[in-house]
Design a protein around this ligand. Structure first.
Ligand SMILES: C[S@@+](CC[C@H](N)C(=O)[O-])C[C@H]1O[C@@H](n2cnc3c(N)ncnc32)[C@H](O)[C@@H]1O
Length: 286
């Protein structure tokens, strides 16, 4: 069987919008080559054992397992991140949060940044890469997730990231439950927290079935993590510091209301590339 024939058959078997791309990613992963190299070899014949291995990967994808869990890698903000089933697969929408954060972070001074619920480290590592003078704290309540974030930071040579295990702000080494002194406060706090409502049927469908429940939902109405982070961030932000929260496309108004009640200023919701509410931010006046 040629590479071209396998790709056509595989794409036909996968019932998704990204079927062809998924098939290509599985085969490039297995063959250890780039997509450009795959295209240069479309007429090559695949050995039988390779076809068998490729079919086994395809069967996993056809059952709904995310591609990143099968290949063990996902690119985020041009950084190749190691991914396992212990972490959420980083989403393209989250790059909107990174863009908004970078627009508020000067390049010419030292910064203290915090990424709450870091998972694979996606947000923390993107900020650490783009702002080498920043010290980026990355927090997660899952030890398995945090180990992946730490490994990604090391593999990418990002020495300005500090990982901390625990429940949101309680994970911070300096001042677990009280207000931080000004010198230790953060210039910006970013979070893509779990925000899906506990009874949302999507949790039992598609790729989400494979991702850690802790990463997807705080249970209840889906807003409890956002409420806590918004309330507690006030004691951890510099005067003039920013809080940026990713949320569901139907939660923009609710998150703006939470930030407003908590007395943030300059509250704004930024849409994703599909023009859906995605990131809400506010500035702590101190
Ligand atoms: C939606 S995922 C985001 C992962 C990553 N930041 C990203 O954008 O790809 C949410 C993360 O929050 C973590 N988390 C959930 N509850 C937490 C808590 N109480 N304290 C700290 N982290 C928590 C989960 O383990 C998960 O890694």
């Amino acid at each position: 069987m040629t590479i071209d024939a396998w790709l056509r058959a595989a794409a036909a078997r996968l019932n998704s919008e990204s079927a062809r791309l998924d098939a290509e990613l599985l085969l490039t992963h297995l063959l250890g080559i780039s997509r450009a190299a795959l295209y240069a070899r479309l007429r090559d014949t695949l050995a039988e054992d390779i076809v068998a291995s490729a079919d086994a990967l395809l069967a996993r994808r056809a059952r709904g397992e995310p591609i990143a869990y099968i290949t063990g890698v996902r690119e985020f903000w041009f950084l190749p991140l190691k991914i396992t089933s212990a972490v959420l697969v980083p989403r393209a929408e989250t790059e909107v949060l990174v863009e908004q954060a970078l627009a508020r972070l000067p390049t010419d001074r030292d910064l203290r940044l915090l990424d709450l619920g870091t998972g694979s480290g996606a947000i923390a590592l993107a900020l650490a890469k783009e702002r080498p003078r920043a010290l980026v704290h990355a927090v997660d309540a899952s030890a398995a997730a945090l180990a992946i974030a730490q490994e990604n930071a090391e593999r990418l040579g990002l020495g300005n990231v500090r990982c901390a295990l625990g429940d949101w702000f309680r994970a911070l080494p300096d001042a677990p439950e009280r207000a931080l002194p000004p010198g230790l406060r953060f210039d910006l706090i970013a979070a893509n927290p779990p925000y899906v409502a506990g009874d949302d049927p999507h949790l039992l469908q598609g790729d989400l079935r494979y991702e850690p429940r802790l990463a997807l939902t705080p249970e209840g109405d889906g807003l409890s993590a956002i409420r806590r982070i918004s309330a507690d961030a006030r004691a951890h932000l510099q005067a003039g510091g920013w809080l940026l929260l990713e949320h569901g496309h139907d939660q923009g108004a609710a998150v703006r209301q939470i930030l407003s009640r908590d007395a943030y200023a300059n509250i704004e919701t930024i849409p994703d590339m599909e023009d859906r509410d995605r990131v809400t931010l506010g500035r702590w006046q101190g």
